[in-house]
Design a protein. Structure first.
Length: 161
C-alpha cells in the first residue's frame, strides 16, 4: 500500500455576503448538495465523517470515507484535518481550509484542499494516480462554484481573483 496525494488551491470572488456563503459551507446537509462526489456528511460536533462517491483510480475502485476535525472561526475560516476514530484506519483523508474575506463587490473565497488515498499500487504509479485525483478535484471545484452560485441565487460566477 502506498499513500498518494494531490493538492488544489482555488479562489473566487462570490457576489454574495460572507454570512450567506458561511451558512452554506458549514451546513453538513447543504455542503453535499453543492459538492459533486460528496455523498453525505455525518456531523458529530466538530468531527465530520465525509462519505464520497466511488472513484476509479487506474482500475481500482475506491469508496472513500474519512473523519475530519473541523475548526471554525465564524464567518472567516474553516480548517479541517484528518482525525480517524481511535483504533480505526481510514484509507482516505483530507486536509485544508476555506477562508472568507469581504470585498467591495462580494466575498473573496479562498480554498486549499489536499486529498490522500492509500492504494495497493506501486509508488511509481504516483504521477498517474495523482493526476486522477487532481482532475477529479478540478472538476469537483468547478461544479462546486457553479452550485454555490445557484444556491446563493447568483446568475453567473464571479471572475477569478
Amino acid at each position: 500500500m502506498h499513500r498518494f496525494s494531490a493538492t488544489t488551491e482555488s479562489q473566487a470572488l462570490v457576489a454574495a455576503p460572507r454570512e450567506d456563503i458561511w451558512a452554506a459551507i458549514t451546513d453538513p446537509t447543504v455542503l453535499p448538495k453543492l459538492t459533486p462526489l460528496l455523498r453525505h456528511i455525518e456531523a458529530d460536533g466538530d468531527l465530520w465523517r465525509w462519505d464520497l462517491s466511488r472513484i476509479n483510480v487506474l482500475g481500482i475502485v475506491v469508496d472513500p470515507s474519512f473523519t475530519e476535525r473541523m475548526t471554525f472561526v465564524p464567518n472567516e475560516r474553516i480548517e479541517y484535518t484528518h482525525e480517524p476514530p481511535a483504533g480505526a484506519h481510514e484509507w482516505a483523508s483530507a486536509e485544508g481550509w476555506y477562508q472568507l474575506t469581504d470585498r467591495a463587490s462580494g466575498t473573496h473565497l479562498d480554498i486549499e484542499i489536499t486529498l490522500s488515498v492509500e492504494l495497493p499500487l506501486a509508488r511509481f504509479a504516483a504521477p498517474a494516480v495523482e493526476k486522477v485525483i487532481r482532475t477529479s478535484m478540478a472538476v469537483t471545484g468547478s461544479r462546486f462554484g457553479a452550485n454555490l452560485d445557484r444556491h446563493l441565487g447568483i446568475r453567473s460566477a464571479g471572475p477569478p481573483v
